[in-house]
Design a protein around this ligand. Structure first.
Ligand code: DCS
Length: 479
C-alpha cells in the first residue's frame, strides 16, 4: 500500500521543514514538568495576561456589552456611560452583531478609526481602503509573504536574530530566507553594510531578493531603530526594488526616551517623492502587545502603502477565502486606536491603568538586564523596547562538549538545565538564529514585578553554579 496522503511520509515537505522554537522542545518539556506538579514560570511567550497582567477595564466593558447587548437594557448593570455609548457605536457598525461575519477586510468603521489613528500618529492621512484587519498580526504577515513568494528563488531579507514567524512562514511557502545579522556589540543595531553583504551573497546564488523585514522594536533583541537607520533602510529598498515589511507590533513598548517609536511609514512620507510614492511598504500592528497584551483576542491589522489597487484587490480576494477576521478582535483594535479621550468618564482610569503597566515594564526591563549582567559569563544589552531580554551566554567548552554528548545544541542543553533546576522556561537563542558559536536565550520581561528579584536570584544561582561546574570540570580534566 502506498502511504496515505496524510501519513507522515507523504506530507507536504514544507510543513515538515517548519520549526517554531517559541513552542518547541523547551516549551514541551516545561508543559510536561508542569503536569508533574513543578511550578513553571512561562517566560517563553510574550503573553502578558498569562503572567498575571490585568486587562484594561474600558475595552473589556465595551466588548462585554457588544457580546451581550441585552445587558444594555438591564437596569441592574452599572457601567460607565462612555462604555455604553461606545458599545452602541460598535454595535451600530456590525449588522447582526458580533455573531455575524464582517467584510473580509474588517468592519469599514473600524478601518476608518485605524486610518485616523495612523494620521494622528504620523501626520499624514491614511486610506481605510488600504487597511485590512486580521486575526492577530501573524495572519497578516503570512498573507503578505504568501503574496510575495513565488518559488524558492524568491528571497526575503530577515533580521537575525528574528521572530520565527518569519523563518517558519518563508519555509512553509517555499521561499528563501536571506539573513542579515544585527550587531550585538552595538546594542543590536542594524548595520546596512551587513544587509548589502547578505544581498550580494544571496544574489550570487541566484536568489531574487523581493522583500525586507524589519521588526521595530525588535523581537527577540529589543532594540529601537533610529530615524536615520529607517531612512537608510527605505532608501535601500527604493534602490533595490524591495517591498518593506515593517513589523511594528511593539510600538507601545518603549523603555527609553532617546529613540521614541517612529513608524516606517512616517519616515517614508517624510522623505518625499520619488521615494515616498515608489517604495512599497506594508506595516503590521496588533492588540496582543503594548499595554493591551490582549493576545487571545486575535486582533491585528496591516496597512499597505504604494500598492496598486489591482494588487489590493487580489489580497482582498485571498482574505475572502477565510470569510472574516474575528469580529471581537476587530472591536479591540478599534478601542486600541481610539481610546477614551480626556473628556470621557473612563479617561482617568484608562490612562492610570495603561501607565502603570508601561512604567512597570520599564522597571522590569532594567531589573532583568541588570540581573543578567551580574551573572557569570552572561552579557546582556538593555531592552530598549518590546518584551524580551536576549542575554548572551558564554558557555565553557566543556559545557558545549557535554551538550554534544547529550545530542543537544549547546543553548538547548543550557536552557533545559535551567528549566529543570528553576522552572524558568525560556527559548534557546538558536530558535531565533544567532552567529555560529555564540549562544543566547530569550526570556520575556513579563513576570510580575514583585516576582522579578526572586526569579533573577534563582537564575543567577543556577547560572553561576553551572559555569563553575563546567569551568572547574575543565581545570580538573587538565590536571
Ligand atoms: N510580530 C512579532 C515581532 C511578534 O513578536 C509577534 C508575536 C507577532 C508579530 C504576532 O502577534 P499576534 O499574531 O498575536 O498579533 N510574538 C510572539 C513571541 O515572540 N512571543 O509571543 C508571541
Amino acid at each position: 500500500m502506498p502511504p496515505k496522503p496524510l501519513d507522515y511520509e507523504s506530507l507536504n515537505e514544507n510543513v515538515k521543514k517548519v520549526a517554531y522554537a517559541v513552542r518547541g522542545e523547551l516549551y514541551l518539556r516545561a508543559s510536561e514538568l508542569q503536569k508533574e506538579g513543578k511550578k513553571i514560570i512561562f517566560t517563553n511567550v510574550g503573553n502578558p495576561h498569562a503572567l498575571g497582567q490585568k486587562p484594561l477595564t474600558f475595552p473589556r466593558q465595551v466588548v462585554a456589552l457588544c457580546q451581550a447587548p441585552f445587558l444594555l437594557d438591564d437596569p441592574n448593570v452599572e457601567l460607565s456611560a462612555d462604555a455604553i455609548a461606545r458599545a452602541k457605536h460598535y454595535l451600530s457598525m456590525t449588522p447582526g452583531g458580533l455573531g455575524a461575519y464582517s467584510d473580509s477586510r474588517g468592519l469599514p468603521g473600524i478601518r476608518k478609526e485605524i486610518a485616523e489613528f495612523i494620521e494622528r500618529r504620523d501626520g499624514y492621512p491614511s486610506d481605510p481602503e488600504l487597511i485590512f484587519l486580521t486575526d492577530g498580526a501573524s495572519k497578516g504577515v503570512m498573507q503578505m509573504l504568501n503574496s510575495i513568494i513565488r518559488n524558492d528563488r524568491d528571497g526575503i531579507l530577515v533580521p537575525v536574530p528574528q521572530y520565527p514567524l518569519y523563518s517558519a512562514t518563508i519555509l512553509l511557502y517555499g521561499g528563501s530566507l536571506v539573513p542579515y545579522y544585527l550587531e550585538e556589540e552595538a546594542n543590536w543595531s542594524l548595520d546596512l553594510e551587513n544587509v548589502k553583504q547578505s544581498v550580494a551573497t544571496a544574489r550570487a546564488k541566484g536568489i531574487i531578493i523581493r522583500a525586507m523585514v524589519i521588526i521595530n522594536p525588535g523581537n527577540p533583541t529589543g532594540q529601537c531603530l533610529s530615524e536615520s537607520n529607517l531612512k537608510e533602510i527605505l532608501l535601500f529598498c527604493y534602490r533595490e526594488n524591495l517591498v518593506l515589511l515593517a513589523d511594528e507590533v511593539y510600538q507601545q513598548n518603549i523603555y527609553q526616551d532617546e529613540r521614541p517609536f517612529i513608524s516606517a511609514r512616517k519616515i517614508l512620507l517624510d522623505m518625499g517623492p520619488p521615494i515616498s510614492n515608489e517604495v512599497q511598504l506594508v506595516s503590521f500592528h496588533t492588540v496582543s502587545k503594548g499595554y493591551w497584551g490582549e493576545c487571545g483576542q486575535r486582533g491585528g491589522y496591516f496597512e499597505m502603502t504604494n500598492l496598486s489597487l489591482q494588487t489590493v484587490d487580489e489580497i482582498y480576494k485571498v482574505a475572502s477565502i477565510s470569510l472574516s477576521p474575528n469580529v471581537p478582535g476587530q472591536i479591540f483594535l478599534g478601542l486600541m486606536v481610539n481610546p477614551p479621550k480626556p473628556s470621557d468618564i473612563s479617561y482617568l482610569k484608562y490612562t492610570t491603568e495603561s501607565k502603570e503597566i508601561l512604567d512597570s515594564l520599564r522597571r522590569r526591563a532594567h531589573i532583568m538586564t541588570d540581573g543578567f549582567n551580574s551573572c557569570k559569563n552572561v552579557i546582556c544589552n538593555f531592552t530598549e523596547g518590546a518584551m524580551y531580554s536576549f542575554p548572551q551566554i558564554r558557555l565553557p567548552q566543556k559545557a558545549i562538549d557535554a551538550a554534544n554528548n547529550a545530542g543537544k545544541a549547546p543553548d538547548v542543553f543550557y536552557c533545559l538545565k535551567l528549566l529543570e533546576a528553576t522552572g524558568i522556561s525560556t527559548v534557546p537563542g538558536s530558535g531565533f538564529g544567532q552567529k555560529d558559536g555564540v549562544f543566547h536565550l530569550r526570556t520575556t520581561i513579563l513576570p510580575a514585578e514583585e516576582d522579578m528579584p526572586a526569579i533573577m536570584a534563582s537564575f543567577k544561582n543556577f547560572n553561576d553554579n553551572f559555569m563553575d561546574q563546567y569551568e572547574n570540570y575543565r581545570s580538573q580534566s587538565r590536571i
